[in-house]
Design a protein around this ligand. Structure first.
Ligand code: CO
Ligand code: CO
Length: 330
């Protein structure tokens, strides 16, 4: 792509933007099938259900959460990319009901192609968001890499009694979503046209801390964050892990401004389509929705909100869990 020649456009160096550069869900599951991690009675959450972070008990009232996330440039602005990547990496700790306590930077940088000053901006963005989260960045690792990558490995703590798991969702509870979806579509448009969407950046750098604390305070047992597999993908994963189903009220799902229009104008991320294809066998669509509206429900999010099994004040309820299986869209 010609864009890749322009050193001012970071997204031109990325084959896929943000969490949309994740390995597709089905492929990843095939690759790790049959591999088991180390088993120990101290492992509260391990590899089994692809939860947001692992949880290992170190004391009766304390578990350590470990998670890592990194990706290619999702926006052209280096500082914003750093902020988004950090907020996204921290999010998995919040999705477990925990508090981040320490983070390490992970960097891949094409040092002969991109100026190191740009890397400084990326890292400054990450540091600023980590500081906002009161999470010290205490080190990291970097490699020379033809494709720039940035993210963090984050360690957190949680009271095991307050752990929010993917496999603990009960039927008959409301589903709450704490950020609008559709940033994948806007990121795709940004990558292709260079148009900047400040409101999308503002949403992606926003921490899920308050949403997490509200969920824990409400006694929520199950939650996840909506990232690369999209709303439908992450909901399906949580339902499958918990052995339940869900109903989504499509008209209640909040959409970020401009996503619908951009979708109509043809800005459709490939990752979002793949997400929909992956979930489709488990989907019953009762609402009169077109294919593109379904793609939007599966849109690959970067640093998306929390999907909470329960109700938290100030955020929309988008459906409910059921005793069945699969996802029904009304
Ligand atoms: Co997650
Ligand atoms: Co993650």
């Amino acid at each position: 792509m010609a864009i890749a020649q322009d050193p001012a456009r970071l997204t031109g160096y990325a084959h896929g933007g943000g969490c949309a550069c994740k390995i597709p869900p089905g492929e990843l599951e095939d690759a790790v099938r049959g591999l088991v991690g180390q088993t120990s009675p101290r492992v509260l959450v391990g590899l089994d259900d692809g939860d947001d972070a692992s949880a290992v008990l170190v004391r009766d009232d304390l578990a350590i959460l470990s998670t890592t996330d990194f990706f290619t440039p999702v926006v052209d602005d280096a500082y914003d990319w750093g902020r988004i990547a950090a907020a996204n990496a921290l999010s998995d700790i919040y999705a477990m009901g925990g508090t981040p306590i320490s983070a390490l930077n992970l960097v891949g940088w094409p040092r002969e192609v991109l100026p190191m000053e740009l890397l400084t901006e990326v890292l400054r963005g990450g540091l600023d968001v980590a500081a906002e989260a009161d999470c010290p960045v205490t080190g990291g690792h970097s490699i020379d890499d033809p494709e720039p990558k940035y993210g963090m490995a984050v360690t957190g703590v949680v009271d095991p009694a307050q752990l929010m798991r993917n496999d603990a969702a009960e039927p008959g509870l409301p589903l709450t979503l704490t950020k609008p979806i559709g940033v994948g579509v806007l990121n795709n448009r940004h990558k292709r046209t260079g148009e900047v969407f400040d409101h999308a950046v503002a949403q992606m750098v926003q921490l899920n801390r308050e949403a997490s604390q509200a969920a824990v305070a409400a006694g929520v047992r199950a939650a996840t964050d909506v990232t690369g597999f999209g709303l439908l993908g992450h909901l399906y994963k949580m339902c499958r892990a918990s052995g339940i189903g869900a109903v989504i009220d499509a008209s209640a799902v909040p959409l970020i401004d401009g996503a619908k229009r951009s979708l109509d104008e043809g800005f459709i991320p490939g990752g979002s389509r793949r997400n929909l294809d992956w979930v489709r066998p488990h989907l019953r669509v009762e609402a009169p929705l077109g294919e593109e509206e379904l793609v939007l429900l599966a849109d690959a999010q970067t640093s998306g909100g929390l999907l909470v099994v329960g109700e938290i004040p100030g955020h929309p309820v988008i459906g409910e869990t059921t005793a069945g299986s699969g996802i029904t869209i009304r």
